[in-house]
Ligand binder design. Sequence first.
Ligand code: ADP
Ligand code: MG
Length: 563
Amino acid sequence: MPIIGIDLGTTNSLAAYFTPEGPKIIPNSFGEHLTPSVVSVGDDGEILTGKIAAERRFTSPQKTASVFKRYMGTKKEYKLGDKTFLPEELSAFLIKKLKEDAEVFLGEEITEAVISCPAYFSEAQRRATKTAGELAGLKVDRIVSEPTAAAIAYGLHEKEESAKYLIFDLGGGTFDVSILEFTRNIMEVRAVAGDNYLGGEDFNDILIAAFLRHNDLKESDLTEREEAAVYKASEYAKLHFSKNHFIAMQAVVGGETKSTEFTADEFEVYCQPLLLRLKNPVVRALSDASVRMADISAVVLVGGATKLSIVRAFVGKLFGMLPASVINPDEAVALGAAVQAAMKERNTAIKELLLTDVCSYTLGVEVANVRSGGLIQTGLYSPIIERNTVIPTSRVERYYTMHNQQKQVEINVFQGESRNTRDNIFLGNLNIPVPLGPAGAEAVDVRFTYDVNGILEVEVTTVSTGEMAKIIIEKNPGTMTQREIEESFAQLSALKIHPRDRDEYRYLLEMGERLYQEHMGDERGMIADALAEFEEVLDKQNRGEIDAYVTRLREFFESLEGS
Ligand code: ADP
Ligand code: MG
């Protein structure tokens, strides 16, 4: 019974196993390596995952969840239809699917896995990752950091001499730079830096902006359907980008086919601000680890977005060396996790020293802002302790009253990275009285003290009176207790999961639904007819007839994708 390695990604997840020739990726029910990290509840109440669920992001956004990895280890609840899930429960559905796909592919039961998580994940987030595996029915003894797994995939742990490596991981919506140091069987994560809101998606935004600009359009001019069409054109352009060709984008807007074409050099100019944003965390990680660029023995590229030649060229220039990329960058982490799994079976392991003395989230308070027209904008986030700050730490910020004759100041404490507090996690609040006066005349000092046990102390002092109020927030109220895990396991097991052998049919139905919503007129009618006919064919349950129809339907839908 092999132990599998799982890369539970923000955008894509995948599994790998170990063979005598080295680690290999396990294909999913579509024969593909990547399973989108998306979960949806079908209108029939069934749990859908991966590519099928991804189709429903557009047609059933209320019942579909993605990027939930960002909230792993918190109590953030996702309401999908009439069901509510925690991030580890949504992750469990994905892991369950990877497990099932692995069982069919390998022809045996899988009971154990090594799962990877970002190097900056705290103890509680690692525990949540482990819980996700357990909820999927897997034993998870070992959690491996993603950069460590990528380094192992490259065999960097097999080198004799000690060395320092930089792992450059640009995924769908996150960017992580890690400095690893390997000596005598210990892979130490020396520093991590990154940007939780930077990834492949930002290149789509650049392409979309160029398309709009070249066609004298504004984003607000587009209908939802047109926006989806432009996005699709950007994804196509991004994936087919090559240094020697023009980048062409085409989409129907306002009933007209709009297009644009530009050169790779122009694209590079458009990408400059993004490339600059990639540089900062690299510099910061090196300086945090007190390592000079010249001391880095190898730079390893990880994450789908590093396939962009623009990114590769940028990294090459930055380090003055070619980055290692013989392994498919979106597969390196899963392959490394599979090597770890094989080592576990043989009872050997690379010891991993983790960097745990940083605060892995930004902590801050809610503020309001007065715009130039006098309009008050509420619900804004003001960070006090930034993510990755070395702990223990203590920081103070001063805030002023907003209204004339304001009696008190309310401090709402949040954790997260978003500019809007509604997208961050509420941790607690307190009120403090202030003397009456004109707006802006009174101030409070808010001190955040964060210790190594993850306990946050918030102390608020009214500057003019010295009056003080304090709350203590136990970090990670989000981790599940053993009892909660058992209850959740029972609940999840009772849910109906979409049967694997019907994945292909269901995918075509969901895709058809989306295409129906995207198109109009004759095409719409043809899609409706095809879907109705397909449903009839499915009802007859004749395998040969179904397969023949599936092929035709797929071709028809694919012909519509570009139109
Ligand atoms: P994550 O680690 O966040 O789960 P991945 O490593 O799978 O994500 O990376 C996903 C991102 O990589 C997406 O933005 C996707 O568009 C991008 N991507 C995948 N393949 C390519 C490619 N050939 N060229 C450019 N971008 C790509
Ligand atoms: Mg990843």
